[in-house]
Design a protein around this ligand. Structure first.
Ligand SMILES: [Zn+2]
Length: 90
């Protein structure tokens, strides 16, 4: 049982590293005056009124309210949010 748990937790960590690297390698598609956005990926939290559960996504540091098509990457449930946060904070 112990081995199984270690494998599954390291899979989650691997998924997290892969998502982080993919976020770094994926340019933001937002354009303004025919210039591509140079914002960096950032971990953000969707706030919900009912406070039920925090939802995280990878957004863009240059995003402003009302601007569409900036980087937006969904974070699935097989991701270690704490690890991802540490990676982005590093
Ligand atoms: Zn952007």
């Amino acid at each position: 049982m112990r081995i199984t748990r270690e494998i599954s937790s390291s899979n989650i960590d691997n998924n997290t590293f892969e998502l982080y690297l993919a976020a770094l390698e994926t340019p933001c598609k937002f354009q303004k005056n025919q210039q591509l956005c140079e914002g960096k990926p950032v971990l953000r939290r969707l706030s919900r009124r009912d406070n039920s559960e925090s939802t995280y996504f990878i957004g863009c540091t240059n995003w402003k309210i009302g601007e569409k098509y900036h980087r937006f990457m969904h974070i699935s449930s097989d991701i270690n949010i704490e690890l991802l946060r540490n990676l982005f904070d590093a």
